[in-house]
Design a protein around this ligand. Sequence first.
Ligand code: TRP
Length: 338
Amino acid sequence: MKKRVLSAIQPTGDLHLGNYFGAVQNWVRLQENYDCTFGVVDYHAMTMPYKTKKLRENSWNMIFNLLALDVKPEYLFLQSLVPEHAELCWILSCFCSYGELSRMTQFKDKSQQVKEGQKDSFISAALFSYPVLQAADILIYRADYVPVGKDQEQHLELTRNIATRFNQAVGKEFFELPEPLFTESPKIRSLADPNRKMSKSLGEKHYISVFEEEARLFKKVGSAVTDTGAEQAQGIMSPGVDNLFTLIKAAGHITEHEQLLAVYQDPNQQLSYKDLKEAAKTALGQLIGGFKEKRAEVLSNKKEYKKQIKASSEEIRKRAQDCIKEVKDLAGLSNVRF
Ligand code: TRP
């Protein structure tokens, strides 16, 4: 029996290389050896101020993008097509304390962002209780593992606490306690400011879309911040140079990466950053070219893929429904079958 993996992503606009190498590429690899379930979580995307007319479009775009990046349709579901997540969230919120939620650092950060944002927006109750919905996402499929970044560790810990408290209350080891799955994934920095993580919110210059237009890709790589070259002689790799090396390797150009690194490390040679950038352009150009090809195929068969995702969401929903039935029973709620 394969171990179960659950992960999810919010449908917020375009994906960049940081998202790809940090999360999605890992999902694609995990598909080989685990029983995977991946969600595009639109209920989560409502917790921050959002545009109602845009959400559905963003959700489907995210799905098409994930398919173009090789996530298998049979593992993928759209959260609002599995409303049991919201029902389990309510039940679990009764087994989660106000104090626990108040300690979530992501809530503190995001509510700060809302406060600093437009004056007509507000901090929703859902932003506060959002980690309970995340716990429901995970527990409803009895996931063994959740691939997470450091920023989500606290939410996973909370999920385990909620599961333990529920199990104690009902006197049964019903929920499995999910473990984090930390996998090596390259950390990608902004090319324009390599001291910061690649991020969309920093602005156009600071990220490369996984479907970046070639001219823009080359321009962004070409103007990437490096260093004066003096650092090379001293053997201190600056974040900008490190980032270019990381990108070449992450894009699968292993031999080029090794060769360039050998030149960089050779005290008798000076690696030209122009060569380094050329290698990065080639490596990323090929990777992104492949993604764009697949995306064009997906977009020209939108209807078919939509149907497929509706069907897979329905299949996945059956598992969620089985879980909810038992949970309601254990929690003392009524079911139509009683
Ligand atoms: N909260 C996660 C994020 O902001 C997304 C998410 C929602 C998630 N539900 C999940 C991640 C379940 C892992 C498992 O990135």
